[in-house]
Design a protein around this ligand. Structure first.
Ligand SMILES: [Zn+2]
Length: 145
């Protein structure tokens, strides 16, 4: 494979591989059938409009998705956990106002019933832990300073 094949066709940033089952669940309903069996990459550049692309340069833009990509600059809302639809703001508020700072306790404080469906809910097809922990750290900074 040519090493440029996993670079975003628009911003040329090297993307993160994502299973097509994840892409299929996240694009808008009318686009589901356009998701083929190719490998997809997620463009991680915060300023680029591209969400997913293939090595044949097929792509979906962030507006083609049902949810905002948390790492894009204008994401609104910015989800810390896609499975439970918990925003970064909710995590920060909970950390600041309740003193809780473990991911599990925060999820329980916000949602009565927790879900874990990262493969089909998170745009990276993986656990939301990293974004969640970053939100906890932001909350702790506000709380402890
Ligand atoms: Zn890009």
């Amino acid at each position: 494979m040519n090493k440029k094949e996993n670079a975003c066709p628009v911003c040329c940033t090297i993307g993160q591989p994502v299973e097509n089952v994840t892409v299929r669940h996240l694009v808008k309903k009318e686009l589901m059938l356009s998701v083929d069996d190719n490998s997809y990459w997620l463009c991680l550049d915060e300023d680029c409009d591209v969400a997913y692309y293939t090595e044949t340069k097929a792509m979906f833009r962030k507006d083609d998705l049902k949810v905002p990509l948390w790492f894009k600059r204008d994401a609104d809302p910015k989800y810390a956990c896609y499975c439970n639809e918990i925003t970064e703001e909710q995590v920060i508020e909970t950390v600041v106002n309740t003193g809780i700072d473990s991911m599990k306790d925060i999820i329980n404080a916000i949602k009565s019933k927790a879900n874990a469906q990262c493969r089909v809910r998170n745009p990276a097809g993986k656990c939301c832990t990293k974004a969640f922990n970053e939100a906890i750290e932001k909350g702790k900074d506000i709380r402890d300073n």
